[in-house]
Design a protein around this ligand. Structure first.
Ligand code: PEP
Ligand code: MN
Length: 312
């Protein structure tokens, strides 16, 4: 049985009564009560059951954990196909890989674009894994919708409401990452945009927030996992790769995510992380990824969840 979370407040986003556990009202920074009241589709009271998001036959949410794995960026056919085969052989459920990369430096590798999407399509064919990839603008939404099974909205675009609506309109399942400085409410309101546009297939992903911590790239906010599960019927996963920015912390924080009630994890994994064109320092190598899969199934058992290796 998934961990049952009890609510101390029936309408956390509605703005009446006290907020979670006596802390300041969670809606304090919304523009108006009217806008606040519009956030209804994502809330548990809108749905009696957890939403299960279906990505080409893979269910996200419910009893089973979903493991999404693959490189930060699609680089070459050899790199992507090796990653896809490793992910499939280790029992992962979805393949990830960015074809449009929003890099902090304008001089860094920014992805292969449409050629990368075609490689993802081919990787799905050889590995059998559905693919998820990030979209960054209208053109990439249209291109990715033709090749990928799920569209990712990255942390830098969580507040890009035009993009959220464009992605929603494709009808593809959406993996929505939390903005790196977004509050829980802003995160849920971003998801609300997608639901309001007629697409209920949304998975929320905590990927780390900006804090004063100077030993990690971001701080994986595991508090938000049970808080979101309390408030929304949407599946919630974490990304310990961007959440820590350190390969040596990814496995422990993935384990902690599952223990905290996450419905899955998104993991950067590269066949040769030392040679990766982006985020190699936070990417697991194939052996570490195998270790992670093994660990997660043990943690899953401890918290009443299961990890079924794809193909079994
Ligand atoms: C990614 O998943 O490759 C990515 C860029 O993530 P984020 O938007 O969370 O930084
Ligand atoms: Mn990355």
């Amino acid at each position: 049985m998934p961990h049952k979370i009890t609510s101390q407040t029936s309408d956390p986003l509605v703005g009446t009564g006290s907020s979670l556990h006596g802390t300041p009202r969670v809606d304090a920074n919304l523009d108006s009560p009217t806008e606040n009241l519009a956030a209804v589709r994502v809330l548990r009271r809108a749905h009696t059951h957890d939403t299960i998001v279906a990505v080409r036959g893979v269910a996200i949410g419910g009893q089973e954990l979903t493991i999404i794995a693959g490189p930060c960026a699609v680089e070459t056919p050899q790199q992507l196909f090796a990653a896809a085969e490793l992910a499939a052989a280790s029992g992962a459920h979805l393949l990830r890989g960015g074809a449009f990369k929003l890099r902090t430096s304008p001089y860094a590798f920014s992805g292969l674009g449409e050629a990368g999407l075609k490689l993802l399509s081919e990787a799905r064919r050889v590995s059998g894994l559905p693919v998820v990839t990030e979209v960054v603008d209208e053109e990439s939404v249209l291109l990715a919708a033709a090749h990928a099974d799920m569209l990712q909205i990255g942390t830098r675009n969580m507040h890009n409401y035009v993009l959220l609506k464009q992605a929603a309109a494709t009808g593809k399942p959406i993996l929505l990452k939390r903005g790196m400085a977004a509050t829980l409410e802003e995160f849920l309101q971003a998801a609300e945009y997608i639901l309001a546009a007629g697409n209920a297939q949304v998975v929320l992903c905590e990927r780390g927030i900006r804090t004063f911590s100077d030993f990690t790239r971001n701080t994986l906010d595991l508090n938000i996992v049970p808080a979101l599960k309390l408030m929304t019927h949407l599946p919630v996963i974490t990304d310990p790769s961007h959440g820590t920015g350190r390969r040596d912390l990814v496995i422990p924080m993935a384990r902690a995510s599952v223990a905290a009630g996450a419905d899955g994890v998104l993991i950067e994994m590269h066949p040769d992380p030392e040679r990766a064109l982006s985020d190699g320092y936070q990417s697991l190598d194939p052996e570490e990824f195998g270790e992670l899969m093994h660990d997660l199934s043990r943690i899953a058992t401890a918290v009443g969840r299961t990890v079924t290796r794809r193909g079994q």
